[in-house]
Design a protein around this ligand. Structure first.
Ligand code: XMP
Ligand code: MG
Length: 179
C-alpha cells in the first residue's frame, strides 16, 4: 500500500495539529447553539471522529452518504443520496464535515438539500480544499489545507475504496490509476 504513494503531503501529526485548531474555532463559534454536525460518508469518517473530539461544546452528530465519483477520479456532477440523515435539520445550526472540496458539486447539492429542509444555518468544515477545479461557487468556512490539483488518498480518502486507512495523506502514483 505504501509503495503506491508518490509523496506524503501531510503527516499524521500535521493533520492532528490542524484539526485541533479547527475544533477550537468551532467550539468558540457555536457556543450555546448545540450544532448538528453532519459527516459526509465515507471520505470524512476519520476527520469527523478526530474533529468532534476537539470540539468542547455540546453537539449532536449524524451521517449522510452521497455518491459522486464511483471508481473514477473525476466528478460526474451527478449526486445521489445513498444514506439519509436520522435527525431532522429543521431549525438547527448545521456543520457539514467534508473530507475534500474539489469541483464543489457535491457540497453545493448538499447545502441545497439542507436549505430546503429549513436548516437555520449551514456551515462547512473541510479538511482539504482543491480550488483548481472548482465549478460551483462555494468556499469552506473552516478549512484545513489548500492542496494542489493532484489526486490524494489516505486519512479516509480512497481510490477505488483503497487507502482509506493510511494515517497520513499522500499523492497516489499516477501509474496506479492509469493502468
Ligand atoms: P466535488 O468535486 O463534488 O468532490 O467537490 C467532492 C468529493 O470527491 C471526492 N474527491 C476525492 N477523493 N481524493 C479522493 O480520494 C481526491 O483527491 C479527491 N478529490 C475529490 C471526495 O469524496 C469528495 O467528498
Ligand atoms: Mg467525500
Amino acid at each position: 500500500m505504501q509503495n503506491d504513494i508518490q509523496e506524503v503531503l501531510y503527516s499524521e501529526q500535521q493533520i492532528q495539529d490542524k484539526i485541533k485548531e479547527m475544533g477550537e474555532q468551532i467550539s468558540r463559534d457555536f457556543e450555546g447553539r448545540n450544532p448538528l454536525v453532519i459527516c459526509v460518508l465515507k471520505g470524512a469518517f476519520i476527520f469527523m471522529a478526530d474533529l468532534v473530539k476537539q470540539i468542547t461544546i455540546p453537539l449532536e452528530l449524524d451521517f449522510m452518504a452521497v455518491s459522486s465519483y464511483g471508481a473514477s477520479t473525476k466528478s460526474s456532477g451527478v449526486v445521489k443520496i445513498i444514506k439519509d440523515l436520522d435527525i431532522s435539520v429543521e431549525g438547527r445550526h448545521i456543520v457539514i464535515v467534508e473530507d475534500i472540496i474539489d469541483s464543489g458539486l457535491t457540497l453545493s447539492y448538499l447545502i441545497d438539500v439542507l436549505e430546503r429542509r429549513n436548516a437555520l444555518s449551514i456551515t462547512v468544515a473541510a479538511l482539504f480544499d482543491k480550488p483548481a477545479r472548482r465549478s460551483a461557487e462555494l468556499d469552506a468556512d473552516y478549512k484545513g489545507f489548500v492542496i494542489p490539483d493532484a489526486f490524494v488518498v489516505g486519512y479516509g480518502l480512497d481510490y477505488a475504496e483503497k487507502y482509506r486507512n493510511l494515517p497520513y495523506v499522500g499523492v497516489l502514483k499516477p501509474e496506479v490509476y492509469s493502468q
